[in-house]
Design a binder for this molecule. Structure first.
Ligand SMILES: [Zn+2]
Length: 136
């Protein structure tokens, strides 16, 4: 693969809550970190996303009385699967995995509500890396 200076690496939701020990883990998710670190060294532009929910988010089962994770409710925008509380803003679970090593990462994208695949409202903020936040 030949990279140009305009190519970017997107690192999507590599957060503690999605790794073993998190509240919504994917088996062996952390195993990809060394590969990402090696790939990242080849890119000039890196964008990271973070799932980034406020407490009591509508997608959390705990927000709805008598509901359990993985049940579905009807939300104003359509069916909503209910999840365990995860990636709550400013918590350890929302932080990027600690072994991710991309000090030259340029942007973090915090996702608070994502319905972009069907064109509905989304609430996405681009956050430019602060110099002090460029290392995990
Ligand atoms: Zn989420």
């Amino acid at each position: 693969m030949t990279l140009s200076p305009n190519d970017a690496l997107l690192i999507i939701d590599l957060q503690n809550d999605f790794c073993p020990g998190g509240s919504l883990p994917i088996s062996d998710a952390h195993a990809i970190v060394p590969l990402i670190n090696a790939l990242a060294a080849r890119f000039s532009h890196i964008v990271l996303t973070q799932d980034w929910h406020p407490p009591a988010h509508i997608s959390f089962a705990s927000t709805h009385p008598n509901r359990q994770p993985y049940q579905t409710i009807q939300a104003p925008y359509g069916p909503q699967t209910l999840w365990p509380d995860h990636c709550v803003q400013q918590t350890r679970g929302a932080q990027v995995h600690p072994t991710l090593d991309v000090p030259h990462g340029q942007y973090k994208l915090h996702r608070t509500a994502v319905r972009i695949w069907d064109g509905r409202r989304s609430d996405i903020r681009f956050i430019r890396f602060e110099a002090s936040a460029s290392k995990y």
